[in-house]
Ligand binder design. Structure first.
Ligand code: ADP
Ligand code: ASP
Ligand code: MG
Length: 407
């Protein structure tokens, strides 16, 4: 089998870790498979590099990407050396050498194309390609990065391009759990989860997989296996919706998982004249400023004026606040109100499609814990509530227990 194996930061945290991973890759090859390896930077390294850039007030852009991409350059080279030291032919590839072509949006570049032929040629010669994750190159030759956690997306893109039989994501937990095992110690490992559910969990704060990697896997039908690099346990298979409607454990439960996103803040435009085009006038400039908006709530107008609230990442609050203050003047709105220190707790499950009362149960559980709900957002397979950050972990634990997810 042609198997793409991605090793996250904690799996390559030191030369000893890298040697252990190399042994695992070599064993895969000795079993008759053809591995292609993607590596992240050593644990903590990307954060360290982000801080270095901040010394010069830089958070995004061309030079920051040159800096951030260096973490994965180190581990790609060390992993190739580790494999060679075990007598296994290996060759490192930086993003541009693997022809990972992206657009030019630094720090959140999207992959445009990936030429599989170079990698497949190397594989055919019996050499293991070791690719630096998280990085690509734009048409003009500038180094780009794919957003935090982006090595997952590099791995799935490679798996799709080479038509791999399987894409294994090796991390520091045994798979995808019913909730973050660091927050809910009694969380259970899920053996199978649908792409849809995984996309919701990932977008709602479960960083075990970068959301874009799941979208890409879904679009290209890449089979994902999330597992622990420190043991041989079976992890979690991320699969398409059960095509034959066979009853399996996915359909017996209504809520599959609980996610927690601790990085939320809220802005409210108060007393804006309610008229066609208001929302586009507000969210257009925010989007141009690179602000990603999450939950949006608008109240019914009273006397022709309405309040429009939305949540966003707290790190975007200063820029968004300034943009909204300017807009408030232009739109003759009364004022802007900002609150920080929020979190979003969510329940996810395809079973919700056919069950009623799930949202009500969530509200009951939060009420019983004395937690005030500030905003609510729903989709077919999830319900999210924005709450105060100080209650985030308690809320996740209460929902996890209340929906019977504990192991
Ligand atoms: P890597 O460096 O291997 O990419 P990450 O730190 O990006 O690892 O992701 C793994 C972490 O994701 C786990 O250590 C865990 O704390 C966190 N996590 C959050 N939600 C979940 C979940 N539902 N299932 C498993 N892990 C989760
Ligand atoms: N090293 C990058 C990060 O920390 C990419 C990754 O780990 O997937 O975000
Ligand atoms: Mg990760």
């Amino acid at each position: 089998m042609l198997i793409v194996q991605k090793y996250g930061g904690t799996s390559v945290a030191s030369p000893a870790h890298i040697r252990r991973v190399a042994e695992r890759v070599a064993a895969t090859k000795h079993q008759g498979h053809q591995p292609i390896v993607i590596v992240s930077a050593m644990a903590g390294e990307t954060n360290r590099l982000v801080e270095l850039a901040q010394a010069f007030g830089a958070r995004h852009g061309r030079e920051v990407d040159v800096l951030l991409a260096s973490g994965e350059q180190v581990t790609a080279s060390l992993m190739a050396l580790a494999l060679q030291s075990l007598g296994v032919a290996a060759r490192s590839f930086l993003g541009y050498q693997a022809r990972m072509i992206t657009d030019s949006s630094h720090s959140r570049a999207r992959i445009r194309q990936l030429d599989a032929s170079t990698l497949l040629q190397v594989v055919d010669q019996g050499t293991i390609p070791v690719i630096a994750g998280f990085q690509g190159v734009d048409q003009a030759g500038n180094i780009t990065t794919l957003g935090r956690g982006g090595s997952d997306t590099s791995a799935v893109a490679v798996a799709a391009a080479v038509k791999a039989d399987l894409c294994e994501i090796y991390t520091d937990v045994d798979g995808v759990y019913t909730s973050d095992p660091r927050v809910c110690p009694d969380a259970r490992k899920i053996s199978r989860i649908t792409y849809d559910e995984m996309m919701e969990l990932a977008s709602l704060g479960a960083k075990v997989l970068q959301i874009r990697s799941v979208e890409l896997a879904n679009a290209h039908g890449v089979k994902l296996h999330v597992r622990n690099s420190h043991n041989q346990e079976e992890g979690t298979m991320v699969v398409a919706d059960n095509p034959h409607g066979e009853p399996d454990d996915l359909e017996r439960v209504v809520v599959t998982g609980v996610s927690l996103d601790l990085d939320q803040a809220r802005l409210t435009l108060i007393g804006a004249p309610s008229k066609p085009g208001l929302q586009s006038a507000v969210f257009g400039p925010l989007s141009e400023a690179g602000i990603v908006v999450d939950v949006i709530v608008q109240n019914p107008p009273i006397d022709g004026r309405t309040n429009l609230s939305f949540t966003l990442s707290e790190s975007d609050l200063p820029t968004a606040n300034q943009t909204l203050e300017n807009l408030a003047k232009q739109l003759s709105a009364q004022r802007v109100f900002s609150d920080s220190g929020l979190a979003k707790v969510s329940i996810v499950g395809v079973g919700m499609r056919s069950h009623s009362g799930v949202a009500h149960r969530m509200f009951e559980l939060l009420a019983a814990s004395g937690i005030e709900i500030l905003m609510i957002s729903t989709s077919e397979i999830k319900v999210s509530c924005v709450i105060a950050r100080e209650h985030g972990e308690n809320a996740a634990r209460a929902l996890h227990a209340g929906f019977g997810l504990a192991g």
